[in-house]
Design a protein around this ligand. Structure first.
Ligand code: DGP
Length: 115
C-alpha cells in the first residue's frame, strides 16, 4: 500500500527505532509512547485490520505472539508483566490502517490505557 505509513516504515522510507525484524514481521518503538516500553509489532504483509484477516494468515498471527514473547523478554518486561492491545476500526481507536499489536509495559498499567 503506497500511502500506508507502516508500509513505508517496513520499506525503510520512514525512519523508526526497530527492535525486531524478520522476513514476515517487524517491530519498532511507537512514536508517541504511553508507557516506558511501547512497541508496535506488525506483519509486513499489508492487512488493514483484524477484520481483514483470512484463514491463510493464521500461522502469521500465531508467529506475531511468539515474537511479542521474545520482545517482552528482550525489553525486560516479561517478568513483571505487560499488555498487548489491538485497536480495530473507528470506535476501537485504530488510526493507522495496517494491523498492529501494541506491546505496553515498564510500569503498572491501569484499566484505561491507549484511549
Ligand atoms: P492505533 O491508534 O492503534 O492505530 O495506533 C497507531 C500508533 O502508531 C500510535 O500509537 C502512534 C503510532 N505511529 C503513528 N505514526 C507513526 C510513525 O510514523 N512512526 C512510529 N514509530 N509510530 C507511529
Amino acid at each position: 500500500m503506497e500511502d500506508c505509513i507502516f508500509c513505508k516504515i517496513i520499506k525503510k522510507e520512514i525512519p523508526s527505532k526497530i527492535v525486531y525484524e524478520d522476513e514476515e514481521i517487524i517491530a519498532f518503538r511507537d512514536i508517541k509512547p504511553v508507557t516506558p516500553v511501547h512497541v508496535l509489532v506488525i506483519p509486513k504483509k499489508h492487512i488493514e485490520s483484524l477484520l481483514d484477516l483470512k484463514e491463510e494468515d493464521e500461522k502469521l498471527i500465531g508467529k506475531i505472539y511468539t515474537v511479542i514473547n521474545k520482545i517482552a523478554r528482550q525489553e525486560g518486561i516479561a517478568e513483571k508483566g505487560f499488555r498487548v492491545i489491538v485497536n480495530c476500526g473507528e470506535d476501537g481507536g485504530q488510526e493507522v490502517k495496517h494491523l498492529h499489536y501494541h506491546l505496553l509495559g515498564g510500569r503498572k498499567l491501569g484499566i484505561k490505557i491507549c484511549g
